[in-house]
Each structure stands twice: as C-alpha cells, then as structure tokens.
Ligand binder design. Structure first.
Ligand SMILES: [Fe+2]
Length: 399
C-alpha cells in the first residue's frame, strides 16, 4: 500500500484520563444532583450540579457542594441515603430508597470544560463515553476488535444499536453546546452517521479545508457565488458547533481531523492556497496535486477512543489521511440552534427509529433528549408542527 508521508502538523495530544466522575441516574434516567448542597433534586441536564465522585465503595461525594451520599449496592444499582435519610426515586426523602445507577461521567467538571471551550473555540471531553458504548460503536462500524465483522448496510445505523442514540444524548457535551450557542434549543442538523476512514492508497480523493455547517466556508457556493452564511457578517454569536465522537482512538497516523485551531474568530474561510473543499472536490485533484496543506501551521488533535471533540463550526479543518492498515471510525454531528434550517432530513431516520426495536432500550430521559435533538419544528400562530420533507413537492421543484 502506497502510504503518503505524514504531514508536519502540530500535535495536540489529549491523554486518557486517570479518573472519571460519576452520574447518578434514577430509573427514568434523570440525573441526581443538588443546587444548594442541602436539598437533592433531579435534573434533565448535567452541569456541575449533577456531578458526583465515588470516594469509597459506599460513598459518593458532590464536588460542587461537598456533601456526601451513602450507598448500599443493590443489584446493578445503588440505594442512596443522605444524612441517614433514604433517597426516593424523585430525589426527595423517602421511606424506601430507590435504586440509582452509577454511569460513566466526565473526567473534568463541566464548568472547566466550558471555560476552555469559550476561550479557545474547541474542547475535548476525553473518553467521556463509557467503554461498553465505545465497544458497541466499534461493533457496528466494524473497527477495532470487530474489524472482521461484515458491515450491515441494510439496517439504518440508528436501529443497529442503542449506543448510537446514547452517544448522541451524552449530557455534558449537550450542556456545553447549549452554553456555547447561547440557547437551550439545539438540534442535530442532520441524522448522525458513521464516518469510517479506510486506509489511504496515496492517490484517492481527499477532503479539502473548510468550515462546517451552517457556514460551509471553503465548500459550497450558490449560483450567485455567495456564501451560505456571509463571510465577515458572523459576529459574537456562533451558529454551529461540530461534535466529533472518536469511536476509535484518533491519531495522526490513522487520520485524526486536522484543524487550524482558533480560526473561528477570523470570520472567513480557509485560504485557497491551503486547498479548499471546493478545490479538492474535483475528481482526481489529489492524485494530480497531492494533499491539502499539512504543514506546521495546522493542528491535529489526538484523543483516546470514546472522546468527544467540540469545536466552533467556523474553525478551519479537513479530514485526516489514514496511513495505517486499520479502519478508523467517528460519528460526526453538526449541532445548530433550532432557528436554523437543518442540513439534512432528520424526520425519516427518526420515524424509522421510533418504529424500530432500539428505542425501548433507551431510558425515558434519553428517549426525550434524542427526540428533542432530532425533531425540527415550526412554532407559530397556527401552533406547533414537526418538519419533514414532502416528496411530492420536492419532485415539483427538481430539475
Ligand atoms: Fe467538516
């Protein structure tokens, strides 16, 4: 196999964390936490209020307030008590303790990630997905220990494993995106799909430099040569966060995404001389002209499997080149405020998901969270309507 020479990009390495915090979830999947360090509450989201740390096998501490819960193991869960008072399923004091599940949480406090994200325009949540979710995602993408498995092209990927929707509703990254975009109402701009990068052959077409949806600077221009979001008109308000889930470990060798970090503040797309997406979309361009810019001004984020990389969609970047002999998988998700038109139709994949067997495997909270992300709505004088693509009308306007 004719691998090309590795580039000279600067490596930003995110190491595997030595510890993870814990999320405590009731049987519906709501998150246990406290705002004031006195009264326990349930939350539908995870910020510092809902972060716990296992201190001993029978004790969970709450770093934000300092309180501690006592735990009695119970089947797969924990019966909790606070100051010798049992905790019910609604987080209130109860005669009978409810069983809470301890879920894999982030390595850092959500507020620490937010400070980094707001300062730099990107942040990596190292190994935030649990090992069993990562293994399931590797199974459906036929990577890692599942590389001999045959890829299922018949079943929609959302219907192949609950891990896909579970990864999509990972709560710390969702909270960070809501804070960064300054709105509670965020959506998936397209149905999440697997991005499997197969070994490079030294000449195949590759992706050029671009900004992501909704900007798409460097990629698409309409017939008037305008940008989708006008360059130079994008100010403080970001209109998109890209969420890349590293199913496999991301390394320079296996094609980790290549960035020019910090470019979200420039209000413009990548320079043509770096080789933009439009240029590299021309068939055979790579074989004739070589790879897009891969010099020392670019950055590669190396991260362990199960990490989520969030970046402002304006950040210049391009897909990496896989110089190993192994497939490398990721899930790429464009996240936007609900006031933007989506990039693709999420209604059909969601309806298939609703009718399929997987939805019942999700906790109630995760079902709700996934529906919120996938269903785009119009809300106006006539009430609320869920948006879908009308095939008949589409046909009338197709050339
Ligand atoms: Fe992209």
């Amino acid at each position: 196999m004719g691998h090309s020479e590795p580039g000279l990009e600067r490596i930003v390495r995110v190491d595997p964390p030595k510890h993870h915090f814990t999320l405590l979830r009731n049987p519906d999947g709501d998150y246990l936490g406290t705002e004031d360090g006195e009264r326990l509450q349930l939350f539908d989201h995870v910020d510092d209020k809902a972060i716990w740390k296992q201190l001993e096998s029978d004790t969970f501490g709450h770093p934000a307030s300092g309180i501690e819960l006592h735990s009695d193991p119970h089947r797969d869960g924990h019966l909790l008590s606070h100051a010798d008072i049992k905790v019910g399923a609604d987080a209130n004091p109860s005669e009978e303790a409810a069983s809470y599940m301890a879920h894999h949480g982030p390595a850092l406090m959500p507020s620490d990630y937010l400070a980094t994200f707001q300062e730099n325009g990107w942040v990596c949540l190292a190994s935030i997905l649990s090992p069993d979710i990562v293994d399931e995602l590797e199974r459906v993408s036929c990577c890692g220990r599942w590389s001999d498995r045959a890829y299922d092209r018949e079943t929609p990927v959302l219907n192949q494993t609950a891990a896909f929707a579970q990864a999509a509703v990972e709560p710390v990254s969702l909270w960070l995106i809501r804070q960064y975009l300054s709105t509670e109402e965020i959506r998936l701009a397209h149905s999440p799909g697997l991005a499997v990068l197969t070994p490079d052959d030294g000449e195949r077409d590759v992706q050029g430099w671009h900004s992501d949806f909704p900007y798409l600077w460097g990629i698409t221009r309409n017939r008037d040569n305008d940008q989708r979001i006008p360059v130079g008109m994008s100010g403080e308000l970001s209109m998109g966060v890209q969420r890349n889930i590293c199913v496999s470990e991301f390394t320079r060798e296996n094609g980790a995404t290549c960035f020019k970090l910090g470019t979200h503040v420039l209000n413009s797309g990548p320079p043509e001389e770096w080789g933009t997406g439009s240029i590299y979309a021309q068939r055979g361009h790579r074989a004739a002209h070589g790879l897009p810019y891969d010099g020392p001004e670019a950055d590669i984020i190396e991260a362990p499997a199960g990490s989520i990389i969030l970046y402002d969609a304006r950040t210049w970047h391009r897909a990496g080149v896989n110089r190993t002999d192994q497939r490398r998988a990721a899930i790429l998700q464009a996240m936007t405020p609900s006031f933007l038109m989506p990039f693709g139709d999420t209604s059909m994949p969601y309806k298939q998901f609703m009718k399929g067997p997987i939805i019942d495997q999700l906790l109630k909270r995760d079902q709700t969270a996934f529906a919120e992300l996938m269903v785009h709505k119009v809300i106006g004088p006539g009430g609320m309507g869920a948006i879908t693509v009308d095939k008949e009308l589409t046909g009338l306007f197709q050339a």
